[in-house]
Design a protein around this ligand. Structure first.
Ligand code: MG
Length: 376
């Protein structure tokens, strides 16, 4: 299918406010294509492959990692963006960036770091993504960070202050990424939980969204084996949400007569589901929270992960000279705790776990205890 032309309300490449460190235009890549490439080539992005989304490696190897979640968000976001006539390059870069700041062990890791830094400005994964792309990544000779386009940085900053910015909306392209994030996890967390066995297909009647998707599947195929039903259900869940968001968003854009990108900024969030589907998503999310995110197996792993993170943090806070050289400047200008948090946030689940075992083992004297500790 041919790419539709930009809609009047799309943010065009030539509208960009540029970069903090001015750079000449690239001969054959637009500014956001260039941003996309910079994000993909940065170390923090690669590490997403070994960072958890909801489930850690202990749950097997079917489920999403932070990286595959990100790629699903990119896919959904580009679909929405193209159908709405928005700037797909901008959307792609923003979607690739959206979770780059996650520490190991997802929101558990984030909560621990936030607590450990409560007197030092706290920790938030959206803010950490900005630290990474503005300061911590060292890939270019002429500037620190990735020197991304201002609109990408502003979009990420909006996510950080979302709750405090009532009345002000981000660019439609950023709204699309936020929506795609929600569609992706509301779908793939069901898929992962069914596969892992934390949910059963018989429970797919317990929320309206799932029940409607299940009915669509049964209407199409009267008899399906459980595995096939599960797969068809996941496809339908995505379809229901994307079709609804497209319908509802187009109606809003038309009703408000949005003619250019800046007019959309004062109209609140326009890229959103209908009231009906929004309610159904909230119901499904509440169910997932209770039955999946707070499942005893998930919770026990989370509390262990919290202990691992705290062990490494405290050890390094006592011995900051052990931090790699690249944290020297943060250490000097922002203090030990921030430098340790930056280092820790950069780790993968696996390296954090191993590092915490090493930190623990250093304080164990008996060789017998040492062996048993390394096997836990
Ligand atoms: Mg996400």
């Amino acid at each position: 299918m041919e790419r539709p032309p930009f809609a009047d309300y799309a943010f065009r490449d030539e509208d960009t406010a540029g970069r903090r460190y001015p750079e000449a235009l690239h001969p054959y890549r637009g500014p956001f294509q260039r941003d996309r490439d910079r994000i993909i080539h940065c170390a923090a992005f690669r590490r997403l492959s070994e960072k958890m989304q909801v489930f850690t490696a202990e749950f097997g190897n079917y489920h999403r990692t932070r990286l595959t979640h990100t790629m699903e968000v990119v896919g959904v976001a580009r679909t929405l963006g193209r159908a709405l006539g928005l700037n797909e390059d901008f959307i792609e870069a923003a979607a690739l960036l959206h979770d780059v700041g996650h520490p190991p062990f997802g929101h558990s890791g984030e909560a621990v770091l936030d607590l450990l830094l409560q007197n030092d400005g706290g920790f938030d994964h959206n803010g950490q993504a900005l630290r990474i792309v503005e300061k911590l990544e060292r890939r270019y000779i002429d500037f620190p960070g990735l020197n991304l386009s201002r609109e990408l940085l502003e979009g990420q900053a909006y996510k950080m202050h979302k709750k405090r910015t009532a009345g002000h909306a981000p660019l439609l392209e950023i709204q699309v990424v936020d929506m795609a994030d929600s569609i992706a996890y509301d779908t793939h967390d069901v898929d992962d939980a069914l596969e892992i066995g934390l949910l059963r297909t018989t429970q797919m009647v317990e929320t309206t969204l799932w029940k409607n998707a299940a009915q669509n599947v049964r209407r199409r195929w009267s008899r399906l084996e459980e595995d096939d039903f599960h797969r068809a259900l996941v496809h339908d869940l995505i379809d229901i949400q994307i079709s609804d968001v497209l319908r509802a968003t187009r109606a809003r854009l038309e009703a408000r007569g949005i003619k250019n990108f800046s007019e959309a900024l004062t109209e609140g969030i326009l890229v959103a589901p209908s009231a009906e589907i929004a309610e159904q998503k909230a119901e499904a999310e509440a169910f997932l929270l209770e039955k999946v995110y707070r499942h005893p197996r998930v919770m026990s792993l989370r509390s262990k992960a919290g202990e691992w993170m705290e062990t490494i943090f405290n050890r390094l806070a006592d011995m900051p000279e052990q931090l790699p050289k690249r944290y020297e400047s943060v250490l000097k200008h922002e203090g030990v705790r921030r430098a340790v948090a930056d280092y820790l946030a950069d780790m993968t689940d696996r390296s954090a776990r191993l590092e915490s075992l090493r930190a623990k083992n250093r304080s164990i004297r008996s060789p017998v205890e040492k062996i048993s500790a390394s096997e836990t």
